[in-house]
Design a protein around this ligand. Sequence first.
Ligand SMILES: [Zn+2]
Length: 188
Amino acid sequence: MVGRQVLALVIGVRVPARQQGKGACRLRKEVVGIAIVRRMDSCVFCSLPAVRQRFIVATRLSAAFPTNIPIVPGHTILIPRRHIARWDELTPAEQADLEALRQRICAALRHAFGAEGFNFAWNEGKVAGQSIPHLHLHVLPRKQGDTGVWQYEPRRFLYRPGSRAPSPEEELQEVAALIRAHLPPQRE
Ligand SMILES: [Zn+2]
């Protein structure tokens, strides 16, 4: 279970004498509860004091702070305060809070860093390059001729290697139909 650990709470229970068989222990250990706790102690976003001290703003549900390895100046990370790994684990309230925070941060980055555009990105799952199992959204303020770019091609991950010939319309419609056929019902 990624990011979580199971704790069994064990206490000693004194066993009445009449229930004690020959050689029985006076104290019987019993599992009185099992708690699933988030493994927050090993998460840099949850446990690193430097991250907390770097908070630009924090609400009850989310927080924003500059990353320590910025791709461009002003590169900001947005996180839910709760330690979760995936976007789908966000509650509707957390999603709304993150979105409100994203808008505030973008407004600030337009003023503070002259942002003319943004890259928004998050990696979800190890296979997609998620290195910290705490959901985090990258917000990169971009502007013409910006500096600080380091081995980064803004649209690189949206390109495929080799031929870039457009796919046939028919194939694209098949893909659309396949995805549509698997859409969960719309939530009310
Ligand atoms: Zn965390």
